[in-house]
Design a protein around this ligand. Sequence first.
Ligand code: SF4
Length: 328
Amino acid sequence: MPADLPGVQSAILAWFEQHRRDLPWRHTRDPYAIVVSEIMLQQTQVDRVLPYWHAWMERWPTVHELASAPVADVIRAWKGLGYNRRAVNLQRAAQAVVDRGGEFPSTAEGLRELPGIGPYTAGAIACFAYEQDVAFIDTNMRRVLHRIFVGVDTPKPTVSDRQVLEIASEAIPPGAGWTWNQAIMEFGAIHCTARKPLCLICPVQHQCAAFPEIQSALAIAAKQPKGKAVPFEQTNRYFRGRIMDELRAHEGEGVVLADMGPAVKTAFEDADYPWLLELIEALAGDGLLVIELPAPRQTTPSSEVRGVAEEVGSYDATPIEMIRVRLP
Ligand code: SF4
């Protein structure tokens, strides 16, 4: 901790006062509204979340309404936000809250017991809904705290997340956890960004342990040859999204794998069935779809399909192409 921790605190809080964005979840202390925002904001930009958050709160304004909604509706409403399992986790958390009488736990430890609520989200809810001086770190907060209090974080951090969390805890001005944590998040999102921190106009430049070396470290990192990135359209995340789109388009009756394969992947062939099943099983494990096994067929499957069936083991006796999947 720098000797001038109070100086850092007051500079960051003053910056926040001047630059904070007017976000709807900053106007409420309703834990449900805050959970919805926090889960939507995981891996998704604020601008993209805003219309979804408004639509969600209008459709399911309380935890009770979300808990009793058909899961297919919940998944459909999430379309476009990505990482669909977050929608299912959000509803499971709502159902757990309703099961315990409709009241959210008010401590980070209690919140951790809700399904799908990790340490970051639990801390954020305890702080942003109940105004507790609780420390937690997301990517932006980790970067800002590391730079100011530890030093350059490029090419990689020099202390563990646990140590950054300890720093986060010590840095909270007593009684001002809500404002401080919002300020650090916002500072990381729009001022001390990953690649282009605005050091020259930074209010904590003189106290920052990473300044001025951070700028040359980032310049060196920018010159490093990048590994060849896999195009998004070739990632399993992309195909998971395609599968969910296909299920939404055939809500009710579902889709057999023989139709699903070619619908989600160009030039789909029998050898792709194990891969497709792996994706399907992962989505089923996340509660995003259900798998219906047809009765084993009487006729002998083609050698090609039988070969695939043997490869995937648990579906040995089932004509793979006739396995049906649908929204829960
Ligand atoms: S001086 Fe630069 S690295 Fe340090 S907090 Fe400010 S913007 Fe971030």
